[in-house]
Design a protein around this ligand. Sequence first.
Ligand SMILES: Cc1cc2nc3c(=O)[nH]c(=O)nc-3n(C[C@H](O)[C@H](O)[C@H](O)COP(=O)(O)OP(=O)(O)OC[C@H]3O[C@@H](n4cnc5c(N)ncnc54)[C@H](O)[C@@H]3O)c2cc1C
Length: 381
Amino acid sequence: MKKYDVVIVGGGIIGGSIAFELTQRNLRVAVLDRQELMHEASWAAAGMLSPAPDCPAAIPLVPLGRASLALYRKFVDAVEDASGQRTGFRARGAVEVICHGDAGRELSTLVALHHGLGLACEPLPLEEAQEMEPALGREARAAAFLPDEASVNPRSLNSALLEASKMAGAELRPGAEVVSLLKDKKRCAGVKTAAGEAFSAGHVVLAAGCWTSQLSEVAPYAPTRPVRGQMVALKHAGAPIRRVLRSERGYIVPRDHETPQYLVAGSTLENAGYEKAVTSGGLEKILGAVNELAPSLAGAEILETWSGLRPGTPDQLPILGPTDIEGLMIATGHYRNGILLAPITAKLITEWITEGRTSLNCEDFSPLRFLRGNAEWSAKA
Ligand SMILES: Cc1cc2nc3c(=O)[nH]c(=O)nc-3n(C[C@H](O)[C@H](O)[C@H](O)COP(=O)(O)OP(=O)(O)OC[C@H]3O[C@@H](n4cnc5c(N)ncnc54)[C@H](O)[C@@H]3O)c2cc1C
């Protein structure tokens, strides 16, 4: 039987970032994925690095998001150095526009909410917004600048993470579907795959995205569910868009500075089970938002469409940390923020494994919260 310090189940950005961090500490690590690594939500993501909450339930996540954003530049530098690959990290801020309703009041609420959470956000006169980003349309009634926000190209970051982890000695195993835990008395001592292969480990980290709940022994700690998001890639021939552009209906994320420029736009939030179709309704919603934000993109060529499954949780918060089974840890449920939260997740899981404690209080994200309120969670799910 193969023996490791840590076996990670799931080779998305969360599993990949944890593997990178652990191999930097010289731990023997294996990452098992039932298919090619980095081909699910982490491949589908837009790559915005925004710690702002998108609903009241996400407010407890803000300190974790801010902590992760603060780590990002150092994290991508380390991954780029180790892999020799670029990640497309861009720290240029985001422009958020309001196109409907009482725009003045909504802008004040947006700014006050951000300031209350310690996030930088300034009102931006519309003429200045249009100077900063000439592609912005005339539909905007108010705008704000979020100077600390950034973006990354998730597909480039994923590839660099895998390369860096492999070069540092991690064993990457595509085609290894984990079906059960190996138990040694009450301890989790490793995992077993569908092909019958056993991997023994001092620690097992479950990072299988929205599929984590499909492992019956793990489901009580990680009641994840898929939330579909559709995306569109566009080729833009006008003056390049420099920053992330966002409205209440959608967003545009620039990937490069070229002309013609490669942009991605999204998204939808759909409960469609594990079905990854791209639908006409989904595309209509995304393209409607794009054309309202930047009407000149109505002539942009559609290069690619796709969808991915975000790992949702009943309370919209991630699931991070040890379970009450010794040796078993969870790192999933990052929902709309897994790209943003990858560096802090890797840091916290590494601290738990190497020091038995963390530098941040993670009580709100404990997998044990679902055991405490089991009836309540199953009712909500
Ligand atoms: C359209 C869209 C846009 C997004 N935009 C952003 C954004 O702008 N910013 C942001 O921060 N986040 C964004 N997200 C969210 C982000 O993509 C996710 O939170 C993140 O990718 C989750 O990473 P993960 O590693 O947990 O899951 P995944 O990337 O889904 O990886 C899980 C892996 O586990 C493997 N697996 C599953 N079951 C098993 C098993 N039994 N055995 C072995 N392997 C298994 C799967 O094959 C998969 O490779 C977006 C998501 C989507 C879909």
